[in-house]
Ligand binder design. Structure first.
Ligand SMILES: [Fe+2]
Ligand SMILES: [Fe+2]
Length: 251
């Protein structure tokens, strides 16, 4: 069995950033001791150097291996340079592996723009990495900030990947098991063929919809089944999805 913690959209530097929710999530994750922690972008609000320094201090509290990809809010004001200098030093950003899992990170951010794009070069390397992970019989996870499939209850669609069709095809053809995203601050799960597309809510921002509260996801991967659990900031949790594990590589 393997356990993944998936958190997203901290938005450090925003007026509605709530440190107590982030610290509580980090405590819970450290207690859970997952095999891998995956963070799908929007670590900061404005990509300022000082915001990256602050989020780096929070990330230093996480005790397990991390894979972190940037979001649109981390690509403002040449935020890519700060991400490279501060986050990449501490965490993996393109690839993380355990004995049974291959997690592939993609940068969907574009400088000073909110929409997302993967591009042909990252698409090609993702295809190569998926092929290798299939040959090695690993459980395959793709992590990116922007959603590939529109998320319900998020209003007019504006920020789905501009090359969503191409990436969706590569992901399905490459037999990926999980695709993890953030951005919309709405937890949801879609299934296409054998791939689950999971979005996380925001772990520490009050940019929320309706009665939603801050949350993060945990994913329990067992030989026969997969459980995706929504962990809410009020201490309650519920199963977002439970389904048969078609991959079968986790013992
Ligand atoms: Fe966000
Ligand atoms: Fe975003």
């Amino acid at each position: 069995m393997a356990v993944i913690a998936h958190l997203s959209d901290m938005h450090v530097g925003a007026v509605n950033f709530k440190e107590k929710y982030l610290l509580s999530a980090i405590n819970n994750i450290n207690e859970l001791n997952p095999d891998l922690v995956i963070i799908t972008g929007d670590l900061t609000e404005n990509s300022y150097y000082d915001e990256f320094k602050v989020i780096a201090e929070y990330l230093d509290l996480i005790e397990n291996q991390m894979l972190v990809v940037p979001g649109n809010h981390d690509a403002r004001h040449i935020g890519n340079e700060c991400f490279e200098g501060i986050i990449k030093k501490r965490c993996k950003t393109l690839k993380a592996e355990t004995d049974e899992i291959s997690a592939i990170g993609l940068d969907s951010s574009e400088p000073d723009l909110d929409y997302g794009k993967i591009g042909r070069s990252q698409q090609a390397s993702m295809e190569i990495n998926l092929k290798k992970a299939n040959e090695d019989n690993l459980y395959k996870i793709i992590a990116l900030h922007h959603h590939i499939i529109p998320v319900p209850k998020t209003g007019r669609e504006r920020n789905v990947l501009t090359d969503a069709g191409d990436i969706l095809k590569s992901v399905i053809d490459g037999n990926a098991d999980l695709v993890l995203s953030g951005h919309k601050h709405v937890p949801y799960v879609w299934f296409v063929e054998n791939t689950a597309f999971v979005t996380a809510g925001t772990v520490s921002s009050l940019k929320l919809r309706g009665k939603d509260i801050c949350s993060f996801n945990t994913i329990n991967i067992q030989a026969d089944k997969v459980e995706i659990i929504l962990n809410k900031a009020d201490g309650n949790s519920r199963i977002l999805a439970k389904y048969e594990n078609k991959c079968k590589v986790i013992n």
